[in-house]
Ligand binder design. Sequence first.
Ligand SMILES: *Cc1c(COP(=O)(O)O)cnc(C)c1O
Length: 482
Amino acid sequence: MLYLSTRGHPDRKHFCDILLEGLAPDGGLYLPEHYPQVGDQLARLRQVWNTQGYAALAHEILSLYIDDIPADDLRRIAEKTYTAEVFGTEAITPVRPLEAGLWVEGLSNGPTLAFKDMAMQLLGNLFEYELGRRGAELNILGATSGDTGSAAEYAMRGKRGVRVFMLSPHGRMSTFQQAQMFSLLDANIHNIAIEGVFDDCQDIVKAVSNDLAFKQQYRIGTVNSINWARLLAQVIYYFAGYFQVTQQDSESVSFTVPSGNFGNICAGHVARQMGLPIAQLVVATNENDVLDEFFKTGIYRPRSSADTLETSSPSMDISKASNFERFVFDLLGRDAAALKTLFADTLPRQGFFDLSADARFQQARQQFGFVSGKSTHADRLATIRSVWQQFQQEIDTHTADGVKVAREHHDAASPVPMIVLETALAVKFSATIVQALGHEPSRPAQFNGIEQLPRRVQVLPASVQQVQQLIVQTVATPAAAS
Ligand SMILES: *Cc1c(COP(=O)(O)O)cnc(C)c1O
């Protein structure tokens, strides 16, 4: 399997090259040349799931996309990653029922209690493997509004050959999230709180990555959701969810996905393109509704930092959806020239693009199964309350956005089950849970007292130079530029 850039760069690359790279050299995102078709292998994959479990299923899916890691090694990496010890249950992503036909798939039982662990734990093991094989080092530079950063740090802590420099918006993460990240004292983990919002952090990461000389000299890599390996890891749990709520491969299901950067639901799109019987992919947004606006109107209009609202589902407080370009590439029939015009010309020039008059936009719904909805703070409170009152289950604020929108798109009489992806546990966002339920969310024992632990974090202004300087100081022996 070879990978291409959405913006038409002529190079084709293998998995392990793009694993360490991030953005393509032309600023595009990597995608496989084609989506492997598994529609006629579902019975076999179901059997693998039923008899051997998540890690074996993961190995099956990964090996369709990775041809430059020997099969035995890849199997070992999958088995080392997806264990009950790390993810809390044998099922790894257990599905549980809510009301008739509506299910919740638990993706948030890993070390940081958010779904980002599903991909990041795999990435940590892939990085260690590949860097070891190359005798190389990597300095991971990332931006986080909360969950990505902690998931990356917990996946990379103590890993050989890897350092993490993680930028987060100063004072904007929940107390629990700050405690989770900043209490990591491992020597290879560097927390940097930026005086700004998430997009300022993301812009710094982009600027540093676009400085090719610096990037090469200091071996800068990324773990942001544009990394194809992360997206690929997320494809697996769409299969695992499907096998848990269906008996036969003739049945289809729908998924509702609390969305921000469009990484999670883009993995659902990939699974659907591979032939997994997904009826609808429901995009759920919060008040930062740039994606809901697109799927309703055909207009993609990223917001400025100033127009990005701080909400009680902060991991979805995104002004532009960085993985969205991947879906638009497929929507445009993989026309890289048209894609490049939209993202590298129209968007920077006029601040939005409008596909409402484009026949291909109408296919977003029919051919690709996408629909959308939005949720507000009041909706979150009401949904958290109703799920607690009806089912004695605590759901987090992001999952609540998903349940709210799923209920609007799900008909109890429909034979098609609706699976909501649980993207975090309630304890990460306790202030809103207390507001909704009047009591603290339950907290897994290993997190007791986390707020009192010593912290390691440096505060910096939103300056590309100062971040570069910090990296230079930390990396004692830079490689000679090649
Ligand atoms: C990252 C995150 C999201 C958004 O996922 P995307 O892949 O960026 O769309 C939703 N909920 C939680 C809890 C998250 O951490």
